[in-house]
Write a protein that binds this ligand. Structure first.
Ligand code: FES
Length: 230
């Protein structure tokens, strides 16, 4: 379980730059009047994209913009592991260690990251290029174990493929995201074992016959209604 608390050292202030201000106004305008608090997650995301992490002054500024209690914004920022509550490296590597990933070998992925980068969870390499974090379920269990690097998911990792992945980032490359074992999306890892045959196509409806039967039933009902009562 990752720890979620604000960094001890904080900047003195925060303000959205011109681009982010324009974006934040567009986001807030999507919600009905009086419901602007619904924009809290996207605004926290904008603050993180601008600063690299979510600072306390950013939380206070977002609370001011959205007319919320700062504590409410803090609750959101500390709940979602997508928000970095302390400075991170240029390449932020986050490994999912929740149940599915753990069962499928996330311990090896974590070990590989720690050895390759020489840091632990919450650490930043001395050159500031890499940082390592821990994620709760990333919603990609079917391709576990998973690491998120920047906005991309790298899936089906093991000790060796994680090492190769980090080597590529160290060389300044951005490897193609997705499965490390060449899986097509979330398709089965081996041969398909279900839905291996083409399903029987549904029988063709005879709409003309159905319409004729309906008209016949309608005429019979009308005739019956018009018949003199015995
Ligand atoms: S447990 Fe890792 S993606 Fe769900």
């Amino acid at each position: 379980m990752s720890t979620r608390s604000l960094a001890k050292e904080q900047p003195a202030s925060f303000a959205f730059n011109a681009d982010m201000t324009a974006l934040s106004k567009r986001i807030i305008a999507k919600y009905p009047a009086g419901r602007q608090a619904s924009a809290v997650i996207p605004l926290l995301d904008l603050a993180q994209r601008q600063e690299g992490w979510v600072t306390k002054p950013a939380i206070e500024e977002i609370a001011r913009i959205l007319d919320m209690a700062p504590m409410r914004v803090l609750e959101v920022a500390t709940f979602y592991t997508m928000f970095n509550l302390a400075p991170v490296g240029k390449t932020h590597v986050q490994v999912c260690t929740s149940l599915s990933c753990w069962l499928r070998g996330s311990n090896d992925v974590v070990k590989s990251c720690k050895e390759k980068l020489g840091i632990g969870f919450g650490g930043i390499t001395p050159d500031g290029k890499f940082s390592l974090g821990e994620l709760e379920c990333s919603g990609a269990c079917v391709n576990a174990p998973v690491a998120q690097i920047g906005d991309d998911y790298y899936e089906d990792l093991d000790y060796a493929s994680t090492g190769k992945l980090l080597d590529a980032f160290k060389r300044g490359e951005t490897p193609k995201p997705g499965s490390a074992i060449g899986r097509d999306g979330a398709a089965p890892a081996g041969e398909a074992i279900t839905l291996t045959e083409n399903p029987t196509p549904p029988a063709k409806q005879d709409f003309a016959a159905a319409k004729a039967a309906f008209e016949k039933a309608k005429a019979e009902a009308a005739a019956k209604a018009a018949a003199p009562k015995a």
